[in-house]
Ligand binder design. Structure first.
Ligand SMILES: C[S@@+](CC[C@H](N)C(=O)[O-])C[C@H]1O[C@@H](n2cnc3c(N)ncnc32)[C@H](O)[C@@H]1O
Length: 267
């Protein structure tokens, strides 16, 4: 695996290079199908990261499409800008969206961001404010990793080194709180579904390394480590994960089931 390339790239660059295509694009396409874009729709992508959902919306709407992506991380946005300079990327917090006076959208999407927001009611209120009357909302959050054997088994290997890890990426997996959050924010026609898909990685090694780095970063023990110690633990977990990955081997790559909640609503 291209270890040298990964150790030189920033996390947002690795996210874009190794995860955006195989892991996030299929779901971005699903979300954009779900909101059924029409020509002229204004689209807001909250917690856009490196911008995969906004970019899929732009592909569908063409150059005339009005697409805005907002994220709290300037580093993620720097990659988004480099990949798609013509989209309006804005730095800001989901609980205080940087919108112009009276600015509203026909479509608001948030893919795998809500679980990270410390103030979810404030973020839901901001989504409501941003959505025009009759507009469409779609929000996706991964199911708990206890339901996703691939990620559960990899977490267990990491926990042998780090103790219990609360994986924030899978921390908003129940449908009921997501549904209540959107209803309480004043959305109409709130619907929650669970969608499962088989994810395929031609080369599973970058996914394993990035997932391991994320797990170490989310563990209390990992956060206390110096750089050298953290690198050593990442290497140890990566090599010990090989047996856990064996059931998912698919040629030279990996195939595994992943599931998400998909909430849709109207303004
Ligand atoms: C897993 S990434 C998802 C990115 C993108 N939506 C995608 O599908 O690839 C989560 C993103 O949420 C962003 N984020 C976390 N907390 C945020 C907040 N309070 N406001 C805005 N963005 C936030 C992170 O910076 C990160 O880019």
């Amino acid at each position: 695996m291209p270890n040298h390339a990964m150790s030189q790239a920033s996390f947002p660059e690795m996210y874009e290079r190794w995860l955006a295509g195989p892991l996030f694009r299929p779901w971005a396409e699903m979300i954009i199908e779900e909101v059924a874009l029409s020509p002229g729709d204004r689209v807001l992508d909250i917690a856009c990261g490196t911008g995969i959902v906004a970019r899929v919306a732009r592909e569908r709407l063409g150059d005339a499409g009005y697409v805005v992506g907002i994220d709290v991380s300037s580093d993620m946005l720097a990659v988004a800008r480099a990949v798609a300079p013509s989209i309006d990327w804005r730095e800001g917090n989901a609980s205080a969206l940087p919108l112009h006076d009276g600015e509203q959208f026909d479509v608001v999407v948030c893919q795998q961001g809500l679980q990270f927001f410390p103030d979810k009611p404030a973020a839901a209120a901001q989504m409501r404010r941003a959505l025009a009357k009759g507009g469409r909302l779609a929000v996706a959050t991964w199911r708990s990793d206890d339901e996703i054997p691939f990620f559960r088994e990899l977490r267990r290997v990491a926990e042998r080194h780090l103790g219990a890890i609360a994986d924030q990426r899978h921390s908003f997996g129940d449908a009921a709180p997501a549904e209540a959050l959107l209803r309480d924010a004043g959305f109409h026609e709130v619907r929650l579904t669970t969608v499962s898909r088989t994810m395929r990685f031609q080369d599973g090694a970058p996914l394993l390394r990035l997932n391991t780095m994320a797990l170490v970063g989310m563990s209390a023990v990992g956060r206390e480590m110096g750089d050298q110690e953290r690198k050593r633990v990442v290497e140890a977990i990566v090599s010990e994960s090989a047996p856990a990955l064996r059931p998912y081997a698919d040629g030279s790559g990996l195939a595994f089931e992943l599931s998400t909640n998909l909430a849709t609503a109207e303004g």
